[in-house]
Write a protein that binds this ligand. Structure first.
Ligand code: FE
Ligand code: FE
Length: 347
């Protein structure tokens, strides 16, 4: 190896291991194309997961992806996916089984048909194998169809029980793996069963297994009326914050816009809570570039997150805790603004 390459490699290892350089990830869907109920022909030509991985590899500082299972855009083996990931310099943080497609339109864990509930269980069990294959951190459960739409539609006691039994059985059968539940207030279901941090934590604590945690999506928290910082603290206090992703929205819907574009100060407070609690993990993007260039948008978000990271290094924690001890809003904001705005300048 060239001396310079060797030195660069050593610096990288030191940064990653000793200085704990922050790593970034993204849902692989960030690099796919999308349909909605209007552009039923899609906002772009369909892409396979392999093509999406190639695009993700073009993002300057992306290290991890979360991959949907089954793999989209064709029949691919785990080995083929691994080859594409290696070429793109990417690792897998989690596998997201697609328990929200047509088959599960009346729910996965809470489907009234026990046969469909069994099918969801089987699909997630297959996803567990993929998590083991890629040595990923967790199976991500996003039960988007589990819930209800109308008053009187469901028996609330039995669907809540089914949602906990469904997750609990998987976590018991796969005690070598971690499971994360990503809560969301609504969409596609008008009311989702795991809709908030408090309800999700309540369910997890009731299940009572150590390998189930929460994935906090900043956008889901804020359009659900939460303070993402407060929700993060609550999950951390229960030892249940296993993952996170960021984006932004106008607070009425899961717009999945560029992270930091609308609510930078609240995003900064969220990361401040993570840092204060010494939470270690990948900072992930869950953005949907319907009309934007996906690589450019990921780069822009990661640049913003790096500024946040630097601002966290700069923050006067003692002064901030003194201000917070008096609930001094203006004093605390001045300290936060000083640290964040200083680092947001772009070339
Ligand atoms: Fe998300
Ligand atoms: Fe979302």
């Amino acid at each position: 190896m060239h001396l310079k390459l060797l030195i660069d490699k050593i610096i990288e290892i030191i940064e990653n291991e000793i200085m704990k350089k922050q790593e970034f990830g993204a849902g692989i869907w960030h690099f796919a194309t999308y349909l909605d109920r209007y552009a039923t022909d899609g906002y772009g030509e369909p892409r396979s997961v392999i093509e999406a991985i190639e695009l993700a590899g073009k993002v300057t500082d992306l290290s991890y992806v979360d991959i949907n299972y089954p793999y989209f855009g064709g029949e691919f083996s785990n080995e083929q996916i691994k080859k594409a990931l290696d070429k793109a310099g990417l690792k897998v943080i989690g596998i997201t089984p697609e328990i929200y497609t047509r088959e599960f339109s009346k729910g996965a864990f809470t489907n009234p048909d026990p046969g469909v509930r069994k099918r969801a269980h089987e699909l997630i069990t297959e996803a567990c194998e993929a998590v083991r294959f890629f040595d990923a951190s967790y199976v991500k459960l996003w039960p988007g169809q589990d819930g209800w739409d109308y008053p009187f539609q469901v028996d609330h006691k039995s669907i809540w029980k089914n949602s906990m039994d469904g997750v609990g059985n998987l976590a018991t059968e796969n005690s070598d793996l971690k499971f994360v539940i990503e809560y969301k207030p609504r969409e596609p279901r008008v009311k989702m069963i795991y809709d908030s941090m408090t309800r999700t934590l309540l369910g997890i604590e009731q299940i009572g297994l150590p390998n189930i945690g929460v994935l906090l999506d900043f956008g889901h928290a804020i359009y659900g009326g939460e303070s993402a910082a407060d929700s993060a603290q609550l999950a951390i206090d229960h030892g249940r914050l296993f993952g996170m992703d960021v984006n932004d929205n106008y607070r009425s819907w899961d717009d999945d816009l560029l992270a930091g574009s609308l609510h930078p100060m609240e995003l900064f407070e969220f990361f401040y809570v993570l840092r204060k609690n010494n939470w270690q993990g990948v900072w992930q993007l869950d953005q949907f570039p319907f009309r934007e260039d996906s690589v450019e948008m990921a780069n822009m978000a990661i640049d913003f997150l790096k500024s946040v990271d630097k601002a966290l290094d700069d923050l006067d924690y003692d002064a901030l805790s003194k201000a917070q001890a008096n609930h001094d809003a203006m004093g605390a904001l001045k300290i936060a603004q000083k640290a964040l705005y200083k680092h947001l300048a772009r070339d």
